[in-house]
Ligand binder design. Structure first.
Ligand code: NAP
Length: 381
């Protein structure tokens, strides 16, 4: 039941139209916000015109035929008290794609925001793209559907547009009534808590994910933090192939081979932590000199186009054919990160940003699980 992918790469589109954004014209979302975008930006940031988002956001076509908006709002580290307000702000300024997860510990608040804004009639459920992720403790077949039901219940939704296996790491099951979300530690109260791996093959989890599609509970399934070898193995037995890979991608980690493998195998790629180190300074996981936004190649393009460095990096991600899901809770940045469809980076600018690659992975379980969770748990060698 392998389906043909209607995914157009930036190269296809560039050849067709001279423009290098992945566009799926039939499934465009109209994201008008002329009134709000005319408000002055917060914090004395650049002129309002710079942040106008009264334009449609292109979509990436998945093998199911569904169109996933190329820009979404990341919700990791959005505090509970800000989550509902941020979701509402985001929808009102044009976002239709939300990247959630059980592990972000804010799905109930995100759900409250979605409910309020849907009730107000700004958009309909079918205009939204909601992704969530199966946490590591729920990989055993019997836990997959209950985990999804819990996310749906918190998000106050009947279905998800996309459900991803969050990591190729199965951990020992923690019952919902013991702790939710369970996080990484098995027994956080013990004197020296650790992560407890479980032996669940990805194939078992994937079969259960496929059942969710057949039951109509999720429209698309995919994976996150998988490398090429894991994807190749998954493709060998999947009856419903993964629609999306979500992976860390930014100018310091360009992952060209992974991207090319996905494009050649009909898997749409979503770039997480698209701004690079920005997400990791506060966690002590990135250091001085690691900000992609400070790099001359990025800053020069920003000056050239009258855009911010973040807009250049988001645009670079979309222009190379990935969906991009920057996180912010600030209204000015919500607008800023969406307003990238009125300019184009030249081939030379794309090459200069590609050349920033340092294979620098900020979100590496092989590093952070040992430092923060007392357990060596690598995925990548
Ligand atoms: P990110 O979106 O690359 O960066 C977020 C950081 O950049 C925040 O500190 C934010 O601060 C700041 N920022 C946002 N817009 C900015 C702008 N225009 N100018 C300057 N700074 C800006 O990082 P991320 O949150 O790690 O990644 C995005 C999303 O990817 C996550 O939220 C999550 O949904 C997903 N993700 C998935 C995985 C996975 O394992 N699948 C892992 C990591 C992330 P403010 O909030 O203060 O604006």
């Amino acid at each position: 039941m392998r389906e043909i992918l209607v995914y157009r790469t930036s190269n296809d589109l560039a050849a067709a139209s001279g423009c290098a954004i992945v566009l799926d014209a039939g499934l465009r979302f109209q994201m008008g916000m002329p009134r709000e975008s005319a408000q002055p930006a917060e914090s004395g940031r650049p002129s309002p015109a710079k942040y106008r988002t009264d334009m449609s956001v292109p979509t990436l076509r998945l093998h199911s035929g569904d169109g996933m908006p190329a820009i979404g709002l990341g919700l990791w580290k959005v505090e509970r008290e800000n989550a509902a307000r941020t979701v509402e702000d985001a929808i009102r300024c044009g976002y239709r794609h939300f990247d959630c997860a059980c592990d972000y510990a804010n799905e109930a608040e995100v759900g409250a925001g979605l409910k309020d804004v849907l009730r107000s009639g700004v958009c309909r459920r079918e205009d939204l793209w909601v992704t969530s992720k199966l946490w590591n403790t729920y990989h055993a077949a019997e836990h997959v559907r209950p985990a999804l039901e819990r996310s749906l219940n918190d998000l106050q939704l009947d279905y998800l547009d996309l459900y991803l296996i969050h990591f190729p790491l199965a951990l020992k099951y923690v019952p919902f009534d013991e702790r939710y979300p369970p996080g990484w530690f098995y027994e956080p109260q013990s004197p020296r808590p650790k992560i407890e791996p479980a032996h669940v093959p990805v194939s078992e989890t994937w079969r259960a994910m496929e059942e969710l599609v057949r039951a109509g509970k999720v429209h698309n399934i995919g994976v996150s933090n998988f490398n090429v070898s894991l994807l190749r193995d998954l493709l060998s037995y999947a009856e419903i192939p993964p629609a999306v890979l979500q992976a860390e991608l930014h100018p310091f980690l360009t992952q060209e081979k992974l991207l090319r493998f996905c494009q050649e195998n009909g898997i749409v790629v979503t770039a997480f932590s698209p701004l690079g180190a920005a997400s990791y300074f506060q966690l002590g996981m990135a250091g001085e000199g690691e900000s992609a936004l400070e790099q001359p190649a990025v800053r020069e393009s920003a000056l050239q186009h009258g855009k911010s460095p973040a807009q250049i990096v988001v645009r670079w991600g979309v222009q190379r054919g990935t969906a991009v899901i920057p996180k912010t809770t600030r209204r000015d940045r919500l607008r800023e990160n969406l307003a990238i469809f009125d300019f184009e980076l030249s081939a030379e600018e794309m090459t200069a940003i590609n050349a920033l690659n340092r294979n620098r992975r900020f979100n590496d379980p092989g590093e952070f699980c040992e430092k923060a969770f007392n357990t060596f748990l690598p995925i990548y060698e």
